[in-house]
Write a protein that binds this ligand. Structure first.
Ligand SMILES: NC(=O)c1ccc[n+]([C@@H]2O[C@H](COP(=O)([O-])OP(=O)(O)OC[C@H]3O[C@@H](n4cnc5c(N)ncnc54)[C@H](OP(=O)(O)O)[C@@H]3O)[C@@H](O)[C@H]2O)c1
Length: 261
């Protein structure tokens, strides 16, 4: 299958790395307006590049739209000229299927996907959502592409923004940086602070994900009542940890909804 990426930025680079790692059989082509980015991607992943947008689209079996949300409309004008059946998948955050299909009076069929840059190492979860009208065969093609580099979950489009906001590896990086900073302030050197923080966060999460114990039971096991971990967690809570996360998620949701306009 000819998979053509429109946009050769961050997420395209991560997906290409994931597909490369999985030794994909698909023929991969990238279109971007920057010749420099195309050269770099070609060198890194031995993919084909096509600087001409119309030619890139003309040869696609599956189009993967990976430009920023405010650039999607520009591409839709060109995709709108396609007059043959074509499957298109948008990874643009917040841009709903109704926007993608509204502008087009063509046989192009749409799906949405939300991967993460972690797909680079073959472990990235991807959420997908489909319009009711999309045939099973097309759904399978989309799922299989993303399943090359990690698990795939299908969720209704009404939950897609909530998933997008929640599922960002930036939360992990942010938590790591924040805990390590506090650890340095408490006296650890930077290297040890990062090591201790990374294990604290990652090992706990892996233990929950790979085991059968409920989260509440693991939390109870890790924090002796009145002990250091319990005291630390209670102080974080009292300082507004939960409220800060809720506010962050709400702000992300508002941003995603603004992308739909
Ligand atoms: N990064 C992530 O972690 C992530 C995860 C999931 C989904 N997404 C979604 O993926 C999309 C891309 O994100 P990104 O982080 O990869 O952005 P990015 O790094 O800015 O990449 C987008 C690329 O597309 C190019 N482009 C924009 N409009 C174009 C056009 N009309 N013709 C040709 N090339 C064009 C941009 O060029 P210029 O630089 O010249 O504008 C840029 O090289 C976004 O909609 C985002 O919501 C991102």
């Amino acid at each position: 299958m000819n998979v053509v990426f429109l946009g050769g930025g961050r997420i395209t680079s991560a997906i290409l790395a994931g597909l490369h790692l999985a030794k994909t059989k698909h023929h991969l082509v990238v279109h971007d307006r920057s010749a420099k980015k195309l050269r770099a991607l070609k060198k890194l992943y031995a993919i084909a590049v096509e600087p001409d947008l119309e030619r890139a689209i003309a040869n696609a079996d599956l189009l993967l739209i990976a430009v920023r949300p405010n650039s999607v409309v520009d591409l839709l004008r060109v995709i709108g000229k396609v007059n043959r059946p074509l499957l298109a998948v948008s990874v643009a955050a917040g841009v709903p299927l109704r926007t993608l299909t509204k502008a087009l009076d063509t046989p192009v069929r749409w799906a949405r996907a939300m991967p993460s840059p972690v797909c680079r190492n073959g472990r990235g979860l991807t959420a997908v959502t489909f319009p009711r009208s999309l045939p099973k065969k097309e759904r399978r093609r989309v799922r299989n592409l993303f399943a090359s580099f990690g698990p795939v979950v299908e969720i209704p489009e009404s939950r897609f923004d909530a998933f997008t906001v929640t599922y960002s590896c930036s939360h992990g990086y942010h938590a790591l940086a924040t805990l390590a900073q506090a650890a340095q302030k408490a006296g650890l050197d930077r290297k040890t602070a990062l090591l201790a923080s990374a294990h604290a966060l990652a090992d706990g999460i892996v233990a929950w994900r790979e085991g059968n114990d409920p989260l509440a039971a693991l939390l109870e096991e890790a924090a002796t009542p009145g002990g250091i971990a319990a005291t630390t967690a209670a102080a974080m809570e009292a300082a507004g940890y939960r409220r800060a996360v809720r506010k962050g998620v709400a702000a992300g949701l508002r941003r995603a909804r603004a992308n739909a306009r």
